[in-house]
Design a protein. Sequence first.
Length: 264
Amino acid sequence: MIVRGVFHCHTEVSKDATLTHEDLAAFAREQGFGFVLLGEHRDRMTEDEVREAAARCDALSTEDLLLVPGQEQEVPAPLKFHIVGIGVREPILATEPIAIVDEIRAAGGVSVLAHPTRYRTHPAPADLLDAVDGIEVFNLRYDGRHGAREEVRALLETRPETLAIAGFDAHDPDDLRRAETPVLVVEVERLAEAEVVAAISAGRFTIEMAGEPVDLRRPTPLVRRAGAGLRRGLFGVARGAKRGLDRIGIRLPERWVRAARRRF
Ligand SMILES: [Zn+2]
Ligand SMILES: [Zn+2]
């Protein structure tokens, strides 16, 4: 059977999100999704909170909708890479990049390097890119509306085995009203958590954005139309302006910064 769903969602247990598990379940039902893959901020949760969040997912999962527990672990500063473990129920303890990936694999989960766009000052090293099961080539929160960024897409060119995955990174009710929500279309024998995780791990999925199938390994039509160069240029100007303000001690509201990231 073919099942649709979303990857990389946060709830209030992540501390920086206001969505509840109930909100996500209601949204998924309304969209006809069969699964929601969580990726809660592990570094902001206690071990008990991780287990409680998994129990919450189980309590709300039904025959036709799975909330699949997952964590997003942050590597300590200055690297701050985010690695999502899909289907990992026990708290991730490792904080070193490769150790996190190994721990996710040992737990039967799928490891995904989240939003590589974010690591501008410390790009993800080759050994990490080689180690993860997948790369979040497109993240709706960081990569705007136009599709995967060229420099991130290029990471897959030398890694044909790496999963090219698109993330929703939903935090707040507003995020649920986005038309561009990236959707995973997965092929499974029956709707069960282990089946969905195994199908993703084996690459038995495709991606849809704005209702259209997209191949994240190729420049998306939207990117071509919008002009990636122009977009990067505008982003550079906006980022320069923000740095200038940072330097003189003016901090823009996080809401504005996020809105700007989406636009470019
Ligand atoms: Zn993240
Ligand atoms: Zn996230």
